[in-house]
Design a protein around this ligand. Structure first.
Ligand code: SF4
Length: 438
């Protein structure tokens, strides 16, 4: 009998990629995807543990999905990913109708775990971290025919004091460069995909034998059929001149980088154990702009970290004004049980209303700078890779090499093509454009 699945994904790009991996494992075992959870034999929810809010959302969603089980008791519900790893059996106590709790290193065994759960009254839990599992040799079930995310690294060797990732995904594990290059070469040659985004928690710390990240990046950029290469997220400590020179010299590597800073204050950076200083970070930004003058930069910033005084926050605002990011993802500090920052003294905690006020001030500044930068680009002619039909109107949505979203009129056949367009306007965050050639 045909077996069916439904996968929902929360959180970061690594999770989106892991869901493609889970779907690949299920498809190889004869499962097919259905268009609603109500039709599925197996429902998998791929979760994020980075913020408390994200976990609450997942628990709410799992409770909602229980109505499917009430109507169709044979349906199995599995919670996968970082929240599953963090909570393990505790998750079953919080959501009793969950049949499987599956950590990020157990996806290869999905068919066996599902089989076990279907024959057992008790929930099946597999949250063992496996230092050897990097999912080599498995086919992902890719959603996009335009861009491919290529996981090259899992886990993280840093220990930032606010971050749950090393606890949920373990230490860094890197894939063999030969299989990465074979995979990208095949996708470019056989499936006509031209844009590749190398993915890892601290992607530029990648090393496998003699192959380091600059070497891998250069080899990817030179593969036939590869037209755009990006990577995310680099750690500032591993950003070397050699890497930036490769970026500057290889035409296929996009002039764009998401370089998380987290705070502009040395005191806070120290308490976060980020292992760089404000000055060191700014020196890396200066190096990037020296070698790639048109580079677009984005970042992640946390406000309200324990001990962040007004003066520390002012340092963050000052850093944002100095760097003038094209975009920034801004967050209020969210304590995660099991991370060192939760053990900091109570008197260091920043009151909620103070953290919220700082967040709002930061967002206002980030938006103002982004809007000014984008406005200065209106009138420029640029190449846009068309990704999909836009949500509104009869427009197509694409991206510039600097990763800016552009909406342009055009036929659906342009999806996957590079179109030369003039940027005609901006909403502050995204652009409208008009095609002048393809
Ligand atoms: S570098 Fe720090 S923030 Fe990033 S995944 Fe590793 S521990 Fe977390």
């Amino acid at each position: 009998m045909a077996k069916t699945y439904w996968v929902e994904t929360y959180g970061c790009q690594m999770n989106v990629s892991d869901s493609e991996l889970m779907e690949g494992v299920l498809a190889a075992d004869g499962y097919s995807q259905v268009s609603t959870p109500e039709e599925a034999d197996v429902i998998l929810i791929n979760t994020c543990a980075i913020r408390e809010h994200a976990e609450r959302r997942v628990l709410g969603r799992v409770a909602e999905l229980n109505r499917v089980k009430k109507r169709r008791p044979e349906t199995l519900i599995g919670v996968c990913g970082c929240m599953a790893q963090r909570l393990g059996t505790q998750l079953i106590q919080q959501a009793q109708h969950v049949d499987m709790v599956i950590g990020p290193d157990a996806y290869r065994s999905l068919p066996q775990l599902i089989d076990q759960a279907s024959r057992s009254a008790a929930a099946v839990v597999d949250v063992d971290l496996n230092p050897a599992e990097n999912y080599e040799g498995l086919e992902l079930r890719r959603k996009s025919r335009v861009s491919a995310w290529i996981p090259i690294q899992r886990g993280c060797n840093y220990r930032c004091t606010f971050c749950i990732v090393p606890h949920t995904r373990g230490n860094e594990k890197n894939r063999d460069p030969r299989t990465i290059l074979r995979e990208i070469g095949r996708l470019a040659q056989e499936e006509g995909i031209t844009e590749f985004i190398l993915l890892g928690q601290t992607v530029n710390s990648y090393r496998y034998g003699d192959c380091d990240f600059p070497g891998l990046l250069q080899a990817v950029a030179r593969l036939p059929g590869v037209r755009r290469v990006r990577y995310t997220s680099p750690h500032p400590n591993d950003l070397t001149r050699e890497l930036v020179e490769v970026m500057a010299n290889e035409p296929a590597i996009c002039p764009q980088m998401h370089l998380p800073v987290q705070s502009g204050s040395d005191e806070v950076l120290k308490r976060m154990a980020r292992r760089y200083t404000r000055e060191g970070y700014l020196a890396k930004v200066a190096m990037l702009r020296e070698l790639i003058p048109n580079i677009a930069l984005s970042t992640d910033i946390i406000v309200g970290f324990p001990g962040e005084a007004d003066a520390d926050f002012e340092q963050t605002l000052d850093l944002v004004s100095t760097v003038r990011y094209d975009d920034a993802f801004t967050f209020r500090y969210s304590p995660r049980e099991g991370t060192p920052s939760t053990r900091m003294r109570d008197e260091l905690l920043v009151p909620d209303h103070v953290a919220q006020d700082r967040l709002e001030r930061l967002i206002t500044l980030v938006r103002k700078i982004a809007a000014e930068k984008n406005l200065s680009e209106v009138g420029r002619t640029t190449e846009v890779l068309i990704e999909k039909r836009a949500r509104r109107g009869m427009l197509l949505q694409g991206r510039t090499d600097t990763n800016k979203v552009v909406l342009i009129p055009g036929p659906e056949e342009w999806i996957g093509r590079y179109v030369t367009a003039v940027l005609t306007g901006t909403s502050g965050a995204t652009f409208t454009g008009f095609p002048v050639g393809s």
